[in-house]
Design a protein. Sequence first.
Length: 199
Amino acid sequence: MTDFSILMDVEIFFKKIRTYCDLGPESERDWARLLKPKTYKKGTDLLRLGKIPSNVAFVVKGLFAQYYIAEDGDAVIKYFFPEGRIAGSIPATLTRSESMFTITALENSRVLEYDFYEFKKLVSKHRDIAEFYIHYMEQHWIIDKEPYEISFRSDSAKVRYEDLLSKYPELTERLKKHQIAAYLGITPTQMSRIFGARK
């Protein structure tokens, strides 16, 4: 990557961060020093099951899936991380424990990675970064997560599919049938019967 393209990616990063709260120049400079550009080819892992993570990654371009393998051997996708999301296993990172999930690139992807523990030092140092951290965690680990968990246990696959379409209409066009089925908790054959043929 060229210096110019890295600068553009950093600008994309902070443009997204500013949707949660405004950051001062010193906070941006300190955070920018942590950002490391990295690319992942389709099918490669950002995080493997059983590894203790220390980094998280802002997705500039591409798509990742967080999944685990069920007792029957099938993959179960918990989350998708498209552009603008921060991919990582936050519980495992916070507790410095082994990840219960694998995070894999579904497309050739470009990210900005940073050390989560160095970032936490900035949370203590800068009030505006702490404000971002609170807003991000509240939105994605409380507000978004609770309805998802309830829906996964109580709603039919069709309802969850319609919810996926309404929230991420552009994302479903980028996914294969078996990937959507793994997210819905059904087999590709069941999905074909319910929704008809897809990619």
